[in-house]
Write a protein that binds this ligand. Structure first.
Ligand code: SAM
Length: 268
């Protein structure tokens, strides 16, 4: 008799396993992995996407936090020469240890919703290593990533993600595609790091600080929210109208404010 492992989905690990073959196929077609490519899957779970990714012939590393899933994954995939499992927390994983060439790593994952934003920031700090990323996220998070200035979705996440990447909201996925079904709608997003940053800041830490301060109170004018960092005159000198609210500013304007702060105070 073959050994059978039964796994109960754990809420604290954000486990909502994909079971809809049509959705799995659509995700795999969007990723379109090829032989010889370097892939990294975050949170393979019970392998819903893993099988198809390995089938492409790509070299696949997976990072899974839940120790109980390790035997299930190994039972299915350990015999495959292009599979490597890392048990641990993707938030602490050093992606440089994978030995992938700069700009080559393709990152994929149906991400646990509780870690999706910090994980994407962790990945963006290694953006030079990454060719592209395909993630299943909460639909609202994808909408915020893909938003443009002027609306309620435009904020810290949109700006910091778009600073590094081109963002494509590919398609939405309803709760029924998962087991157990999540309470929210999901969406697949593609993030492609820019080869050359369209609006490079002199110090991206200062950009983060300006954006965080500005959106802390998104109903107030920039002159008000940025008071502790830049004077009204400095905001004007950066070519920005201080009477605007943060959601009315585009990425280039935030970068000008960050560079003005750099001129005044030096690096963060
Ligand atoms: N990829 C599988 C699927 O589509 O069916 C599972 C997706 S499930 C939403 C998220 C997976 O991420 C789970 O397997 C969970 O154990 C794992 N996970 C949660 N937190 C993690 C972390 N910090 N690092 C790595 N994996 C994590």
């Amino acid at each position: 008799m073959t050994e059978q492992y039964q796994h109960r989905a754990r809420k604290r690990f954000g486990q909502n396993f994909l079971h809809d073959a049509g959705v799995i196929d659509r995700i795999l077609r969007s990723i379109h992995a090829r032989e010889g490519e370097r892939l990294l899957e975050i949170g393979p779970g019970q392998g819903a996407l893993t099988e198809g990714l390995l089938g492409s012939g790509a070299q696949l590393d997976v990072v899974e936090l839940d120790k109980d899933l390790v035997p299930i994954l190994n039972q299915q995939f350990a015999g495959r020469g292009n599979f490597r499992l890392h048990q641990g927390d993707a938030l602490k994983f050093d992606f440089n240890t994978l030995g992938a060439a700069p700009g080559s790593l393709r990152v994929v994952g149906n991400l646990p919703y509780n870690i999706s934003t910090p994980l994407i920031f962790h990945l963006l700090s290694n953006a030079g290593l990454i060719r592209d990323m395909h993630f299943m996220l909460q639909k609202e998070v994808v909408e915020r990533m893909a938003a443009g200035p002027g609306g309620g979705d435009w904020g810290r996440l949109s700006i910091m993600v778009q600073y590094h990447c081109r963002v494509e909201h590919l398609f939405n996925v309803g709760p029924g595609a998962f087991n157990p079904p999540p309470k929210v709608d999901s969406a697949i997003v593609r993030l492609v790091p820019h080869e050359t940053l369209p609006h490079p800041a002199k110090d991206h830490k200062l950009l983060e600080r300006i954006v965080r301060e500005a959106f802390n109170q998104r109903r107030k004018t920039l002159r008000n929210t940025l008071k502790a960092l830049l004077s009204s005159e400095e905001i004007t000198a950066a070519g920005v109208d201080g009477s605007l609210r943060p959601e009315q500013l585009d990425l280039a304007a935030f970068v000008r404010l960050a560079d003005k702060l750099f001129e005044q105070n030096g690096a963060a």
